[in-house]
Structure formats: structure tokens, C-alpha cells
Design a binder for this molecule. Sequence first.
Ligand code: ZN
Length: 249
Amino acid sequence: MLIDTHCHIHESSYPLDQQEVIDHALGMGVEKLICVGTSEQSSAEAIAFAAKHQHVYASVGVHPHDTKDGWSKIAGLAHQTNVVAVGEIGLDYFYTHSPREVQLLALEAQLDIARRLDLPVIFHVREAFDDFWPIFDNFPGLRGELHSFTDTKRHMEEALKRGLYVGVNGISTFTKDREQQEMFTHIPLDRMLLETDAPFLTPSPFRGKVNEPAFVGKVAEHHAAIRGIPVDEVAAATTANAHALFALS
Ligand SMILES: [Zn+2]
């Protein structure tokens, strides 16, 4: 069995029939999925979607891109049932769709919510680890994952040192970047989480299609292949990790 720990199929802009997509996922051995909010509205939609669909859980948070539009509703949303995490939150200095100062304020405010509610955190960090680590270290006891991790082995080791999990998706199946490919082989299985980030980042061999949670198995197969181990071993480890971090019932 597999778990897609990060998708956005709850969004009204998701182009496929959502019930069909969930059924397809279940048919492909994906037992649970986490719908991740990226704004106040998307977080509220994730909660409503999880309430309506079995096997679906919600995470609430404002993505660094959207922090310019506010995050004050997240504290209230984080209390709702079916919410298993705060995220995706973090820093993105690659695009900087919101000013850095605003991203920093939003990150700290939302980490405070996670700490108060003792929820794990789903982080989106891009080109911003130098600012990220000191902030993370100001919140001792936080648990979480670096989602869609594609950074250096050094930052992966910084994450592992802090007890964080590392989320991998379709990027690992199609990247041509040698350093990334090498880094992926070093993620310890007992710290790895699988995700799709659907509708984005469709894994090989489905490039060009809309991504969906059913395809998370392709990510599992890739990581089994680069390690030379059975795919069941990757599935078992990553599913156990997801249960441990997100306390999925
Ligand atoms: Zn995402």
C-alpha cells in the first residue's frame, strides 16, 4: 500500500473528475492521500474535501507565494477535524511572488500555530535554506518534512539531523541533474515520504498527462530501482513513515 502525502486535487481548478481520481488511486494501491492547502481559501477547501471523501486528509497553510494575501484564518482552520498538518508553508526566493519580509513573518506565525497544536509541518523551501534553518531552529520540538526536496545533499543532511522527513515526487523520475540524482540515492528509507504534488510534476512515463495520486507508485518504483530493492520495501517504509509523521487513522 502507498500514501500520497502531498497533492492538490481538492482545488476547484483541478482539471479531472475528483471522485474518479480518488477511485483510480485506490485501485492502484494508494490507500490514503493528503490534500495540501496553499492559501486560506485552498486550506478551507482541503478541509471540506477531506470531510466529503474517505481516505482523504487535509493540511492547512499559506504557501510562501500567497503570503502577500494573508494567513490570519489558518489558526482557526488548523483546529478542524481531518487536519493532519500545517502546510505547505516556507520560503521561496526562487520566484519571490511575495516579498521576503512577508514570507518570513508568515512562516514564523504559522510555525507558532503548528507548535501550539502539536501538528507536523509540510515545508516548501526553495533557494532559501540559509534563512530557513535559523528560523526552524527557533522552534524546538517541531516535526515535519521538506516536501518536493531537490536541493543539495548538504541540506538533506541538515534536515535529517533535525529529524525531518524528505518528500520525493515525480521530479526524481525525470531530472537530468546528476547532483540531484545522486542526492536521491542517499535519502534514508526510514526518512523518505512519497508524494505526487498533483496536478503538477507528473512522473515518467506519464509526462504530459495531468498528475494524479494514482501515479505515486511510479515514484516508488523509481526509488526501488535506483536502490536495487523491491518496490514493496519502498512502499512499506514510506507508508510507515507517513503514518508515523501524520498520525493517519
Ligand atoms: Zn504542493
